[in-house]
Design a protein around this ligand. Structure first.
Ligand SMILES: CC(C)=CCC/C(C)=C/COP(=O)(O)O
Length: 246
């Protein structure tokens, strides 16, 4: 019976019929009608739980929506002419320029305060690479089929798309910069806009689904809390700073 409630809280109102209805966690919306066996008894047909049905529907909607938004996925796509600009944004949020820039800054920095901030930015960038690689390796969600694999410098786990490493980095760096650099309001707004646009451009380029980027933003936002918690300073890591200041 399709109307039979499967949630235990509802079962007292309308008792389930047969084995199928008694099973916990089955989704009424996905429950097929029982098929009659030759002996006339309803054959048990396994049905997924409500959570599984909702999850699959979300993923299907995500794939559909992301494909529609992938308007720069190729040169011949609807907004294909904007692709070079979006690829420039891709480089602006990539790990290599951020790591190279931070190392360069560290080498040139002459103030202890500047070195402390840059050292923590380096820690944040490495932490981001490690955490994203771990989650990508665990989840193993393939990139959208409409993505062209012409990305700027990738490592092996970058064949997977969940979460977007650009989104985690953009969100984390954005929080980092807003906390540690004294910037005029227009520049602060620009930093936030950059992070948002980098995330959106991942879907437009066809590199990611919307959920990869949404989760990436959340993960990057939280990664900054980890950096803040383990902040490296002459007090928390005296040996590191003593070696450096020699
Ligand atoms: C090789 C290094 C140092 C970093 C790889 C950076 C990269 C390619 C991340 C993937 O980002 P998306 O997950 O947003 O595609």
């Amino acid at each position: 019976d399709r109307r039979t409630p499967s949630h235990p809280a509802l079962q007292h109102e309308s008792p389930p019929q047969g084995d199928q209805g008694r099973r916990r966690g089955r989704c009424p919306a996905a429950m097929p009608s029982p098929r009659s066996s030759p002996a006339g008894r309803a054959a048990p047909v396994p049905s997924p739980s409500c959570a599984a049905v909702a999850f699959r529907s979300l993923l299907a909607a995500d794939l559909r929506f992301s494909r529609q938004l992938g308007v720069c996925a190729g040169e011949r796509s609807a907004w294909g002419s904007a692709r070079p600009l979006l690829r420039l944004l891709e480089v602006s949020g990539h790990g290599v320029p951020w790591l190279a820039g931070t190392l360069y800054g560290l080498g040139r920095s002459e103030s202890p305060a500047g070195r402390e901030v840059l050292l923590n930015l380096l820690f944040a960038l490495v932490l981001d690479l490690v955490l994203v690689a771990m989650v990508k390796g665990l989840v193993r969600r393939r990139r959208p089929t409409h993505n062209k694999m012409d990305m700027f410098v990738t490592i092996s786990v970058d064949k997977y798309s969940f979460p977007s490493g650009h989104a985690t980095r953009a969100a984390m760096v954005c929080r980092f910069v807003l906390h540690h650099l004294v910037l005029a309001i227009p520049l602060r707004v620009l930093v936030v806009l950059w992070a948002i646009i980098v995330g959106i451009s991942r879907v437009m380029l066809g590199r990611h689904n919307v959920t990869d980027v949404a989760f990436g933003f959340i993960m990057g936002y939280m990664q900054y809390n980890v950096v803040k918690y383990f902040w490296l300073s002459p007090l928390s890591a005296p040996a590191l700073f003593a070696v450096w200041n020699q």
